[in-house]
Ligand binder design. Sequence first.
Ligand SMILES: *Cc1c(COP(=O)(O)O)cnc(C)c1O
Length: 424
Amino acid sequence: MKFENTLACALQLDKEDKLNHLRNSFLFPQHNGKDCIYFTGNSLGLQPKNTSGEIKQVLDSWAVLGVEGHFKGENPWMHFHDKLTKPLAKIVGCLAEEIVIMNALTVNLHLMMAGFYRPTKQRYKIICEAKAFPSDQYAFASQALLHNLKPEDVIVEVKPREGKHVLHTEDIISVIEQHAGETALVLFSGINYYSGQYFNIKTITEAAHKAGAYAGFDLAHAAGNVELNLHDWNVDFACWCTYKYLNSGPGAVSGTFIHERFARDKNFPRLAGWWGNNKLTRFKMEQNFDAIPTAEGWQLSTPPALLLAAHKAALDIFEEAGIENLHQKRKTLTAYLHFILNGINQKYNYRVIEIITLANEDERGCQVSMFMHKNGKAIFDALTNEGVIADWREPNVIRVAPVPLYNKYEDVWRFGNIIENILQ
Ligand SMILES: *Cc1c(COP(=O)(O)O)cnc(C)c1O
């Protein structure tokens, strides 16, 4: 269907959308008695209606069964993990055995670096994107310090060209080649949180391996958002949070991918805990650590059943939707947003909104980052007053993410309409 900047067009697109009903599976913040236009699924995904039911089930098992809840009840806590890795494997494109669900994102980045970043005199550099998410920057710098190295010697940032907001893949490759002999680890985000740029994970991984380095990715903004094929792309490890596009609640449990090359290797160095030990002998409380020969061998602690329950509620909806369908809708929904915003720009003799996110659908996910050339903060505040929940980043970027699970074309059209009214 051809896009038009009309409510009728948006409503027709919603009518033709096979996933439109999924919206009813989520709870929306309200504004003047109506659903907000919720465009911050890139920061905290909405709550599935079923989350409280799933959590209550764990609470009920605990109440009725006490410690027996580990083995009995509807979803014995012992085996919760196994139910979640399969749906997750479809989302990030790997084997279920390559996933472990544990901890929080930054914690997992550190745990992965404990094994995958072991600097030597020769190889000690970490290559990452400039303006990586602050937590990642702190993680890299503190890893350097932990090894008695200077962060400024260790961290190599790939910067955008003059006046640009996004990176050219060939620039990333060329920096990796330039530092090939000294690089221990290439660690990029899958999607940069600020620009919304979806990096070419496959190409970056190949370049890292060619340079003799490991390739890891922080998929906070990519998991549940864009197509991923971690196994086939030969990525060494990846971590993500589940409270953004994966709708598993504030501070939700994180996920980690470890390629089977390493997951099967019981002797690959790691920081170990009892939950990563062979299940048959785990409760014999023996002295020597015997790693499970899957990604679970990296699990340290007793899994958080309450958090896994919230994660399950969200993953059930992904299963119902089908990840392919979600990708298809995401591309059209975001393309519609680009269309509406470009239309607004054409009505003015200066560029009102500079879309810094790339238009090419292979280089972006849901998110559109709008660099506002005039009155950015005032426009953002006016949006908030009109019931649009978006996200403000200094100095003048409004980030919006129409999410295929629960946003509709009408949201996108109304958003554009509200901006036009504000500008007038
Ligand atoms: C959201 C986000 C984080 C947050 O880390 P937590 O440990 O979950 O608080 C880290 N890195 C990136 C790239 C993010 O987008």
